[in-house]
Design a protein around this ligand. Structure first.
Ligand SMILES: [Zn+2]
Length: 277
């Protein structure tokens, strides 16, 4: 997921008015685990010392700096990671997201110039220098849920494990991520709030339905452009819409969208308009 989000965010940066530094890392931390699993993560990954690296996006600044999966981040640009205090016994999604955001903020605050990350690897502390790239904002989270859904809250892109399991290729995953990233880039969450738009089945007609349909078309259009910029195929990606079971869809994918056929046709028009002549 992060690999595709990174590709979309970097390739589409000319389309975003607000850019964020990105180094291409996926991290894990103790607050993401149930209490019973924490001692194991401390013994295996030293997650009591800092944030553990789980994915390094190939060809990213983190990869160029030599950061590897299994490394533990201790400090970013001279700032020690905020301590994980008073963890509750059970997994707490809000807390886990807040933790992830705090570390992402530290990385973003380090700016676009080179900065130092201090790392723990095999009980040895070392420092590496990373030079971030500017990219569209793309904070992705996987949500554990059997619901098939994806949504954007203004900053994050959420994708449920239930939806992830239905995807057949990278173009389909890129379609979902790019569409949700586009909602955030276009500030749709704020627009809906200000316009007091009502969601749900009873509101697919009338003013709320019109605004939702309009923002959905905008998100498809910008998402399709981001996909083409990054070398994905939006028509192949939009094919996921035909396979999804409407009855099982939640907030965003259940919004007042055009039909799957109409949305795929719009992607085909977009793709044809971008073919170099
Ligand atoms: Zn949408």
């Amino acid at each position: 997921m992060e690999q595709i989000a990174f590709r979309l965010a970097v390739a589409g940066r000319m389309r975003c008015t607000t850019l964020k530094p990105n180094i291409g890392l996926v991290l894990q931390h103790l607050s993401q685990f149930e209490q019973v699993d924490r001692p194991g993560m401390i013994a295996k990954q030293s997650l009591d010392r800092g944030a553990g690296v789980i994915v390094v996006v190939p060809d990213s600044p983190a990869a160029a700096a030599g950061i590897r999966p299994g490394d533990v981040l201790l400090a970013i640009d001279g700032h020690a990671l905020p301590p994980e205090t008073a963890l509750s016994a059970a997994f707490d999604a809000a807390r886990a997201h807040a933790r992830a955001d705090a570390i992402r903020d530290l990385l973003a605050d380090a700016g676009t110039q080179s900065f130092t990350i201090s790392l723990l690897r095999d009980d040895m502390v070392s420092a590496v220098k990373v030079t971030p790239v500017s990219a569209c904002p793309s904070d992705g989270h996987l949500a554990r849920s059997n619901q098939q859904n994806a949504y954007a809250d203004g900053r994050h892109v959420f994708l449920t494990t239930g939806l992830l399991s239905r995807l057949q290729n990278d173009d389909e995953l890129a379609f979902i991520i790019a569409h949700e990233m586009a909602h955030n880039i276009l500030h749709h969450a704020t627009i809906m709030r200000v316009a007091d738009v009502k969601h749900g089945l009873g509101h697919t007609l009338g003013r709320s339905g019109r605004i939702v349909r309009e923002t959905e078309r905008e998100a498809d259009a910008l998402g399709g452009d981001l996909m083409i910029d990054a070398g994905f195929d939006p028509v192949r990606g939009a094919a996921i819409l035909k396979r999804l079971d409407r009855a099982d869809l939640g907030i965003d994918l259940f919004a007042a969208h055009d039909s799957a056929g109409k949305r795929i046709a719009a992607m085909r028009v977009l793709e044809n308009s971008r073919i170099p002549r």
